[in-house]
Design a protein around this ligand. Structure first.
Ligand code: C5P
Length: 302
């Protein structure tokens, strides 16, 4: 039996994030369109002879204790499957933290998938997604990946046609990390649900139609339909993110938007050449920039 596995776990962006309701459990009902992108962490899982779960990470800012989502994912499967023993999980971090790119969630998803394969648990995709939903709202998407419509608190997924070769410029202000809980709670306390600028406009359906239509015109249609309700709380609080978005929009891009609760802002570019030019125009000492393409999966062999 194999004793180690090496997986890549992709980041995601939100092409669309609309908050449609306040839930009594403190969460929010959402309509999101999520896309995996080729900015990946590597997660190596190695069986050990003890029962312990040990986390190592190349980024010293990532906590390696029980609060790490990768630890929680391993502990959840250990708890449910007595045959799952101890392991060392080594995370090679490329995806920034507090970025709205689901880096931590992707690590947890790859730990679920990796343990299932290492201990030959034989879990179905749907069982993996059920475990994922116990750990966090966007972890089921990180298990399945590609392009998907997500509703509920983000865990109810409907796959959408693959968006292949979408070219993106991903920009992360280095000194700004945003806590997702803060963004949603501020949205609620400011009563922003009542003043939604997109209510009853069916923007998400238009976006789904643009994705389904495919073809060369899809990226420019998508670019015009990008939307994120959390911009309404994050941009006023962090003018640097707002400026970054404006700088992207001044370039020849097809659209730009904050991802998730930020602080990442992304732009859709017509092609790789244009993306490189946009990247050069916005890169500074304080802003990390990647040019990436969309992916049709989120977890694959490293
Ligand atoms: O589910 P997860 O733990 O990733 O969510 C992090 C935080 O984001 C939650 O504690 C909650 O404050 C907020 N959230 C929300 N509604 C959602 C998803 C997340 O309010 N649908």
């Amino acid at each position: 039996m194999t004793s180690r596995i090496s997986l890549k776990a992709a980041a995601k962006i939100n092409l669309y994030l609309e908050i449609t309701g306040n839930r009594p459990d403190g969460y929010h009902d959402l309509v999101m369109i999520l896309q995996s992108i080729d900015l990946c962490d590597r997660v190596d899982i190695c069986k050990t002879s003890t029962d312990e779960i040990q986390i190592l990470c190349t980024n010293p800012e990532v906590p390696c204790d029980r609060s790490n989502l990768a630890y929680k994912a391993a502990a959840l499967l250990q708890h449910n499957f007595p045959e799952v023993g101890g392991m060392e999980i080594a995370i090679n971090k490329q995806i920034p933290m507090g970025a709205g790119l689901a880096g931590g969630s992707g690590n947890a998803a790859s730990v679920l998938v990796g343990i299932d394969r290492l201990w030959e648990l034989g879990l179905t995709q749907s069982q993996l997604c059920d475990f994922a939903a116990m750990l966090g709202s966007d972890i089921p998407f990180c298990v399945s990946g590609g392009t998907a419509l997500a509703t509920g608190r983000g865990e109810v997924l409907s796959p959408l046609p693959d968006l292949t070769d979408l070219v993106l410029v991903i920009c992360k202000p280095r000194s700004i990390a945003i806590a997702t809980a803060w963004a949603y709670q501020t949205f609620r306390s400011q009563g922003l649900l009542a003043t939604s600028p997109v209510k009853n406009q069916n923007l998400s359906s238009q976006l789904v139609a643009a994705i389904a239509s495919g073809g060369d015109s899809a990226p420019s249609k998508l670019g015009r339909l990008l939307y994120n309700d959390l911009e309404r709380v994050v941009l006023p609080e962090y003018p640097a993110i707002s400026e970054l978005k404006n700088r992207l929009l001044e370039q020849e891009c097809l659209g730009a938007m904050m991802s998730g609760s930020g602080s990442t802002v992304f732009a859709i570019a017509a092609d790789l050449d244009r993306a490189q030019k946009i990247a050069e125009a916005v890169r500074t000492d304080n802003i990390d920039v990647w040019v990436v393409k969309s992916l049709v999966r989120s977890i694959f062999d490293a």
